[in-house]
Design a protein around this ligand. Structure first.
Ligand code: ZN
Length: 74
């Protein structure tokens, strides 16, 4: 069963179907790569989703799952 932490909705700011999809994408990527969630910006994620509201929601889900932050280079 896929469980989505409640804090991810608080982080995201609203409830929608796309953020959970992104969170799931992120957790699957971590599992397939055999790595854990980034705790201090060690991870870089390149997602090619284009622009638009649903894509931004999925990006928030990926950030929540992986610990990577959007457009940060530090
Ligand atoms: Zn959303």
């Amino acid at each position: 069963m896929f469980e989505l932490p409640e804090w991810t909705f608080e982080f995201h700011g609203h409830r929608c179907p796309f953020m959970p999809i992104g969170y799931r994408m992120g957790t699957i990527a971590l599992r397939l790569l055999g790595v854990e969630k980034s705790k201090d910006h060690q991870m870089h994620v390149f997602s090619e989703m284009g622009i638009g509201h649903p894509q931004g929601c999925m990006q928030d889900g990926i950030m929540s799952a992986t610990g990577a932050t959007f457009q940060r280079n530090d």
